[in-house]
Write a protein that binds this ligand. Sequence first.
Ligand code: PEP
Ligand code: MG
Length: 536
Amino acid sequence: MPEALRLKGQGASPGSARGPAHVMAPEDGHALGVRANGSDAARLVAAVERAVEDLRALAGRSDLESAAILEFQIEMLRDPALLEPSLERIQRGAEAGTAWAATMDAYVASFEEAEDEHIRARGADMRDIRQQVLRALHGERPPDFPKGAILVGRDIAPSLFLSHDWSQGGAIALFGGSVASHVATLARSRGVPMVVGVPRADIETGMELVVDGDEGTVEDGRAVPPSAAAVQGASAMPASMGGSAVTPDEVPLRTADGVRLTVQANIDHPSELRHLSPAGLDGIGLFRTEYLMGSAADLADEERQVEVYADMLAWAGGRPVTIRLLDFGADKPPPGEAVDPSSFLGLRGIRLLLARPDVLRTQVRALLRAAPAGQLRVLLPMVTAPSELEQTRTVFAEEAARLAARGVPHAMPPLGLMVEVPAAALMPEAFDAAFFSFGTNDLAQYLSASARDNAAVSPLYAAAHVAVLRFLAMTVPVVAATGRPVGICGDLAGDPGALPALLACGLRDFSMAPRRMTLARAALSRLNADGSEARG
Ligand code: PEP
Ligand code: MG
């Protein structure tokens, strides 16, 4: 019997899904060089306009984050640097499609050859634009694939991701791709499992595959027994593109021996709230604001931030909403800037914000202004030293005083700490924080000295699991001894296998991705507060 297919790539979006493969056809199905009626220049200009209109229509049906990505494509399409060389080629005798394809091929190559991964990842947008205009020239409809399928190919265009209906599950397995691509960002916020950098293999359309975005693997479905996780991944998709609301059954949650627990949601984008019921949650335990910022202009747009935060607080109906200050750096660069893996240990999170006071002060003002709309808590990412908390507090106080002087309504939220740098976990009493939340995704990388997005060291990152749990057993009681509330919002909080150990550490407040809540709540309710299995 031939050896079962098992391909190892890099996880770009967590979760697992099973389904039939849909292998994408190579891009170039167009009959380039075939002359059509009308002037080539006029046809090309009209096709670019049609592509812009189609993108605008798609943006109109999309959430803010997706619209920002589409806006990037529209800007590129309108860039004379693309149209002018194509028109010159037409003047020299080329047909419209050939001229456009030649211009775009040179562009795509320059992106794909870039050393910087962030710039390389934009190559997918450029290829997307190339194809949209060629389709418009030939009057073709955009491609799609069956619902629930596993899309297999070299890369996937953002516009294809956004126009596809993911409500029936499905996943993405790419021979190319990048964890820094727009599609990877979208897949993470919509709970679509995705693996990139998979070795090329003989996969045929219809073949059953299992994609595991946590492990970064793509396997032949016949070799993988259906597991609870795979089923969960496929069915509990938040489906921002149209799915039913996730309503975890019972609030409040208790352990089997009656100890009250809270389960809050980690939110990457406000559009996820459309598919959640606030009544099924104890609040939002982490809102990652970085994904709100599609462009440098967004960073400076205080009014937009006030609106987003106030809407979220109103949605929560008095339940706590924990909004994290922008955690830019490393794998999540500020918009328009390059990925800088070295900044995992450099200017990231609160360090970067204190170095960019304009960005920090805009967000602080927006949070102060939104605070009267509900129960806001503000979380500081990657804090190492007490001075960072105090400098941030000073910024809050100064901006509050300015708002007061202008008569602008506002309120001061409590400031809490992400506990994700080991140094902070070991000396919590040095921080005058209102609350603490363990960020185990980063804690694991800083404890194991293994970058969380580097496939070459991912086995070491995973192997640190036991050490992370042991570190939590040591430090959660130390943090709890400060008398301040303490919770956990790293991915471990939604991992049923880790929950006994987390309860045993003394953790009672868990914040996790919505799609992990049903299983985690079920697991927690079967355990005693000391982490032991309840009898019977
Ligand atoms: C963490 O580090 O555990 C965390 C929750 O934050 P993020 O994954 O956004 O870095
Ligand atoms: Mg973190």
